[in-house]
Design a protein around this ligand. Structure first.
Ligand SMILES: [Zn+2]
Ligand SMILES: [Zn+2]
Length: 79
């Protein structure tokens, strides 16, 4: 077992991407591209549960999450 074994795996039902991703960013992009078609806004913080499986349907919901959980203001522009 090495440190590099840690993978982020897609947990969407029926997903064929079984290899997993080495970064949470890669996984969230996969989820958005393959499963979400951009419908969900994901939290930009790596490791946050809302950055992986459950995004937000509305940007103001994401902003509330960012303020409450991460103590920052509106979502960064990269979203
Ligand atoms: Zn997937
Ligand atoms: Zn978050």
């Amino acid at each position: 077992m090495s440190k590099h074994d840690r993978l982020y795996k897609c947990e969407k039902p029926g997903c064929k991407m079984e290899r997993g991703f080495t970064t949470s960013g890669g996984l969230s992009r996969h989820v958005r591209d393959v499963h979400g078609k951009g419908l969900e806004l994901m939290c930009p913080y790596p490791g946050c549960t809302r950055s992986l499986q459950r995004g937000f349907k509305r940007k103001d919901h994401l902003n509330v999450h960012l303020r409450r959980v991460h103590k920052i203001g509106d979502a960064p522009r990269l979203l």
